[in-house]
Design a protein around this ligand. Structure first.
Ligand SMILES: Nc1ncnc2c1ncn2[C@@H]1O[C@H](COP(=O)(O)OP(=O)(O)OP(=O)(O)O)[C@@H](O)[C@H]1O
Ligand SMILES: [Mg+2]
Length: 244
């Protein structure tokens, strides 16, 4: 099986050399745990190997992203000018709820990326839940008001998670989706279903009592992954996972 190196020092050894090519992997964690930095590091690694990268952001604007990346020596503007990277920012209210899937699709088809990041799936789902309600209603031949009585919020979320992950998978790259997780949660993503649908889940956290960051590979299909969590740090070159 072909594997894709993550570019995160110390991580690939935990997953038999890298993420299986073409997988959709969640990077889940609470705020400030390093999900965006991880995702950028993953894209930069691909570009270093001659791959094309697509970064879709629903959270931060272009300037915030490029400023954060520069701290680790990653010049995203230069990479974008060189045609190796595309940064696509979708922000409310500019992006309409109904068009978001089509707009992402259009960017992905134009770029044909080897590596994709969606940051974050959780915010994207807020858009998609609305649009999937509209779609389910029209399939059922009902008005949205009437359909809302039949389609629970949970069903709408589940429908959009399934559609979105299938769409992203169909673009053909290896994908990382960041997922927000409340600080105290016994599930791996706020929507609680994407971790089942995704091919892999990497959890990042800040262990306050121990004063350290921790990373665990919760799931990686077709991989004999190390199950124990490992400490990691964020330094001048990005994320480094410690040996033990
Ligand atoms: N230059 C740096 N050197 C070391 N650590 C940094 C540096 N820049 C940011 N950090 C750390 O990384 C954290 C932010 O990481 P990141 O943006 O990847 O988190 P996140 O999980 O994406 O957060 P959110 O859920 O809010 O999007 C900061 O809170 C800080 O602790
Ligand atoms: Mg982030």
């Amino acid at each position: 099986m072909e594997r894709v190196r993550t570019g995160v020092a110390g991580l690939d050894e935990l997953i038999e050399g890298g993420i299986p090519k073409g997988s959709v992997v969640l990077i889940s964690g609470s705020p400030g745990t390093g999900k965006t930095i991880f995702a950028l590091q993953f894209l930069v690694e691909g570009i270093r190997n001659g791959e094309k990268a697509l970064y879709i952001s629903f959270e931060e604007n272009r300037l915030a992203i490029t400023d954060q990346a520069r701290q680790f020596g990653w010049d995203l503007e230069k990479l974008e000018k060189g045609g190796k990277l595309k940064i696509a920012c979708f922000n409310m209210p500019k992006t309409s709820v109904v068009n978001v899937n089509a707009e992402m699709e259009q960017v992905a088809k134009a770029v044909k990326p080897d590596r994709v990041v969606v940051d974050s799936l959780s915010v994207l789902l807020v858009y998609l839940e609305m649009s999937s309600r509209l779609e389910l209603a029209s399939q059922a031949g009902m008005s949205v008001d009437k359909a809302n009585n039949f389609i629970s919020e949970e069903a709408a979320t589940r429908a959009s998670v399934l559609t979105t992950i299938a769409n992203i998978r169909s673009w053909g790259g290896t994908s990382l989706l960041t997922a927000e997780m409340p600080e105290t949660a016994n599930y791996l993503s706020r929507d609680t279903i994407s971790s089942f649908v995704a091919d892999g889940v990497i959890k990042v956290s800040w262990l306050e009592a121990l004063g350290k960051r921790s990373l665990a590979v919760k799931k990686m299909r077709s991989t004999n992954n190390v199950l124990e969590p490992r400490s990691f740090s964020i330094g001048p070159k990005g994320i480094i996972v410690e040996k033990e």
